[in-house]
Design a protein around this ligand. Structure first.
Ligand SMILES: [Zn+2]
Ligand SMILES: [Zn+2]
Length: 303
């Protein structure tokens, strides 16, 4: 089979001229890349991703000054339009905005391959990644994922394995601060980049409030039994079985444990990535608070 460079339709291998538009068909060797490209475009525009029927038809529009050309594909059936952006296409318009494809992918710029997936009931790469990571987190929190061993300066005990190691983590602890004027009632206290939360629920009558301060800077190791912080001043050896709760933040966790009054905040955990495998796809994701919380929950279930 040979594709016409002008109209993109299939012709016989031996054909000298396109049987649809009459364009002269040159040899396969000369036209290979162009034909390949036409073939790919033909496939993606065959089936409209919005209505699932299509086909899409190309329209070229001149830009404001007539210097640029805007490539638009429009569905002959539902009127949806896609604007070419580099190698990809942006869904720019639909006639019915309640359509689920518009709801999920309206204004998004996706590759031809992704639009083909969507036209056939699939999802975009970003959505696939989100699904894969979510299902990995659920598995992790149930203790159903395995981890590779990592190096850590912590001396491991019998049957203990280190899974995650951070070389630069800040340890924060709350301390009570006397308040002489003004009110912090319900105010969000922005502690550092990426971490912000309500510091208690203080009424305008309160005379003191909690403030977080950096206690130490050091290394953090997660094993299948412990979370170990080794700083310049302190060593916090947290038995996973003693953890009562973990509150996740984008770049850290707040951990509460038995026999310790103060919450411990470990900040800077998202600077380390973890390699995960989910539904046959591989990702390297930052260890955010929610990721570490799920991992620790799963490890606790195995103790
Ligand atoms: Zn032709
Ligand atoms: Zn359509």
């Amino acid at each position: 089979m040979i594709f016409c460079p002008k109209c993109g339709k299939e012709n016989n291998e031996e054909a000298k001229f396109c049987q649809y538009c009459g364009t002269k068909l040159t040899s396969l060797e000369n036209k290979k890349p162009a034909q390949k490209r036409l073939q790919a475009e033909k496939i993606w525009i065959e089936k409209c991703p919005v209505c699932g029927e299509g086909p899409l038809v190309y329209h070229d529009h001149k830009g404001m000054l007539g210097l640029t050309t805007i490539h638009i594909c429009e569905c002959e059936r539902c009127g949806s339009t896609f604007k070419k952006k580099g190698k990809n296409y942006q869904l720019t318009r639909v006639t019915d905005k309640s359509n689920h494809v518009w709801q999920e992918y309206g204004k998004q710029v996706l590759a031809e391959r992704e639009w083909i997936n969507i036209a056939n009931g699939g999802i975009s790469d970003a959505k696939q990644q989100e699904q894969d990571i979510n299902s990995w987190l659920v598995d992790a929190s149930h203790g159903k994922v395995t981890f590779a061993d990592t190096n850590s300066p912590v001396i491991l005990k019998k049957n203990e394995r280190a899974f995650l190691f951070w070389s630069d983590i800040a340890l924060w602890e709350p301390r009570v601060v006397r308040q002489t004027r003004g009110s912090y009632g319900g105010q969000t206290f922005r502690a550092a980049k990426g971490i912000s939360f309500k510091v208690g629920n203080f009424s305008s009558h309160s005379e003191s409030h909690e403030e977080l301060r950096t206690v130490d800077q050091g290394m953090l190791t997660l094993t299948n039994k412990r979370l170990v912080f080794t700083g310049s001043k302190r060593t916090n050896n947290i038995d996973l079985r003693k953890i009562i709760s973990i509150e996740p933040y984008r770049d850290g966790i707040a951990s509460r444990r038995e026999n310790k009054q103060k919450t411990e905040y470990f900040i800077g955990i998202n600077r380390v990535n973890i390699n995960i495998s989910s539904n046959g796809h591989e990702y390297a994701i930052p260890v955010s608070g929610i990721v570490l919380k799920c991992i620790i929950e799963g490890l606790i279930k195995q103790l």
